[in-house]
Ligand binder design. Structure first.
Ligand code: PLP
Ligand code: ZN
Length: 445
């Protein structure tokens, strides 16, 4: 095999093959996937770029996928026949021209990672993990099922990929803390769906116990195979920018796997000569679940888990993030900052963005609200090119959207500044005309 990768402990450096069932080192450190960078470095950066561009969105299996088009630096250990792909990646890079003008930033782009098979960026990582499991089963390992704890999007993604591969899936969800759309996804895909009377951190503890006592494979992001798929978001972004590195990337953070992945991708691309500079990172957290923000305020000197309270940004309602150590490492190397947003700020940021043609999920709202603050504080300068990673599709969060526009988010202390209510009238032209003239006044004026 020309390209090699293995699990390596981020604390003590101990190694395992990618087909070993290991999540955490005996020393307590997490593993990360490390690639043979010397082998990858034998091909010049310009050639890697050409190869990735030539495959991008094509139809040659499995290289048309935005993830598998970078297979050599993602997961070379899986045979093409065992790849489980639903054509992930290739997501829209929305030029948020009007919103950028309003916010006072030179160029604003929204990377629409939610425009994917199950409606969130989680598909980028799940394709790699489920493919590896298919490979292990093909090689004779007994893995009866894959399991995860989730705030709603990981479970949707795992259920879809498991169903596509014909591998049983078990998901552990916090009861009443995810949207109806998210709940119905694993149910529809035939996963064993456990609705548990606890929060995400509680589900996480339970699934860790389950994988210890049973032979099921763990799909949470402490399993670093997912990070390898997720890191392709940064590579794809550069493909879309003709390999010009943006100044800032703003990304919402919960378990902190995604920011770790984004940073890892950029560091590897620089090492392989695909780029010669790095962007700066801004992680955005909800104030009600903000352990990384608090750590940032200490200069990352310490990290303490917090008890997360309810937030509209339910997918990042995580007080004890698994990947905090990975995240701090990349934040240090990419000169990262952390900002937070209140419920009112994230809700209004979503509504404002939606009025410029987007349809944002609350996590993207956290990122946009944080961006507003970073511009106001002068951290992000007005001439910058900024990319916001939109992590999920707004359509997955109808309760949030409707609640905002009907002014029913009082329990989150949200008083909507941009509410827009439907106007109900009879099927009568005069009533319709009156409604139009009353509400669209300003248009005629
Ligand atoms: C998972 C998720 C996040 C957080 O990503 P982490 O890797 O846990 O930091 C943010 N937004 C959405 C919509 C998600 O599903
Ligand atoms: Zn170790």
């Amino acid at each position: 095999m020309e390209y090699q990768a293995w699990f390596e402990c981020i604390r003590c450096g101990s190694r395992h093959d990618l087909d070993q069932v290991v999540y955490e080192c005996e020393c307590g450190g997490l593993f990360e996937v490390v690639h043979d960078m010397e082998a990858l470095g034998r091909r010049p950066g310009t050639e890697w770029r050409r190869l990735f561009d030539q495959r991008y969105m094509g139809t040659v299996w499995p290289y048309g996928s935005g993830v598998w088009g970078k297979k050599e630096m993602v997961c070379p250990a899986v045979d093409d026949d065992n790849v489980v792909s639903i054509y992930e990646g290739g997501s829209n890079l929305f030029w948020a021209d009007r919103l950028g003008d309003e916010m006072g930033v030179g160029e604003l782009w929204i990377k629409q990672c939610g425009h994917s098979h199950t409606g969130s960026f989680k598909d980028l990582g799940m394709t790699v993990l489920v493919s590896m499991v298919k490979q292990m089963r093909a090689d004779g390992q007994a893995i009866p099922a894959i399991a995860c704890a989730s705030t709603g999007d990981t479970s949707a993604s795992l259920a879809a990929y498991g169903a596509a591969a014909g591998i049983p899936v078990i998901v552990l969800l916090p009861k009443d803390k995810i949207s109806v759309s998210q709940l119905i996804q694993p149910i529809a895909n035939g996963a064993l769906t456990l609705s548990i009377r606890t929060d995400f951190d509680g589900c996480m503890r339970l699934v860790r116990g389950l994988v210890k006592s049973e032979n099921v494979y763990l799909a949470n992001s402490m399993n670093s195979l997912r990070i390898e798929g997720q890191k392709t978001v940064g590579i794809e972004l550069l493909q879309q920018f003709d390999w010009v590195v943006p100044d800032w990337i703003v990304i919402p953070g919960g378990n902190l796997g995604n920011v770790s992945a984004l940073g890892k991708g950029f560091l590897e691309m620089r090492q392989m000569g695909l780029v010669d500079r790095l962007p700066r990172l801004a992680v955005a957290q909800a104030r009600n679940a903000d352990p990384l923000y608090r750590s940032y305020r200490t200069g990352f000197e310490s990290f303490e888990p917090v008890e997360a309270s309810d937030t509209l940004a339910s997918a990042i309602r995580i007080g004890d993030p698994v990947s905090w150590e990975r995240a701090i490492r990349v934040m240090r190397r990419l000169d990262g900052v952390v900002e937070e947003a209140t419920e009112a700020e994230l809700a209004d940021a979503c509504a404002r963005a939606d009025r410029s043609g987007l349809f944002t999920c609350p996590h993207t709202g956290v990122a946009l609200a944080a961006l507003e603050k970073l511009i106001a504080h002068g951290t992000i300068r007005p001439d910058s090119r900024v990319v916001v990673i939109s992590t999920a599709l707004g359509l997955k969060f109808p309760e949030f959207k409707v609640g905002y526009h009907e002014d029913r988010l009082g329990e989150f202390e949200v008083t909507p500044s941009h509410a827009n209510r439907p106007v109900e009238v009879d099927a009568d032209l005069e009533q319709v005309r009156r409604a139009v003239l009353e509400t669209v006044d300003s248009v005629y004026a």
